[in-house]
Write a new protein. Structure first.
Length: 159
């Protein structure tokens, strides 16, 4: 199966079923005759901009990232980032040239992947865990710009 076909199937599966883990997604895809590695599915999740959001019981599941309208002055990448910040970021703290971002559980790696994909100029790299992303900037001044953006993404810019 080609990548584009697999992507369409992943969108369909996530739309029809409550998928909570990559393993569940792999199992559902196998039901449709698709065999893929965990690394491939991880890349697909990033490519399709799939994020985890909590349901009414607070249990996270995969959904396709949907950006909101009304951010006309921003690029598509920045709009996507702004929406993600609003959806999953809980707390932002800066420590010298590092910005510590606390997210909803099991979303930090997705947030870091979006930042790594967009490559904002004030960010050198990211490190992500379960619910925390560390953003590394060149110096404290650039980290302050990142922090300001994360606190007020609609009013400031990162690009």
């Amino acid at each position: 199966m080609r990548k584009s076909e697999r992507h369409l199937l992943i969108k369909q599966v996530i739309g029809e079923f409550t998928i909570r883990t990559q393993e569940e997604l792999l199992a559902k895809l196998e039901n449709y005759g698709v065999t893929a590695t965990q690394a491939t599915i991880s890349r697909d999740i990033r490519d399709l901009k799939i994020v985890k959001v909590p349901d009414e019981n607070g249990v996270s599941h995969f959904v396709l990232f949907q950006g909101k309208k009304g951010l006309e002055a921003k690029t598509d990448d920045e709009k996507r980032l702004v929406q993600m910040i609003e959806d999953i970021v809980l707390k932002v703290e800066r420590v010298h040239f590092l910005t510590v971002v606390h997210t909803l559980p099991d979303n930090a790696h997705l947030f870091a992947a979006v930042l790594d994909d967009i490559k904002p100029p004030h960010i050198v790299s990211t490190i992500a865990g379960f619910d925390t992303t560390i953003i590394i900037s060149k110096d404290e001044e650039e980290a302050k710009l990142v922090e300001a953006f994360l606190h007020a993404p609609k009013e400031t810019t990162l690009f």
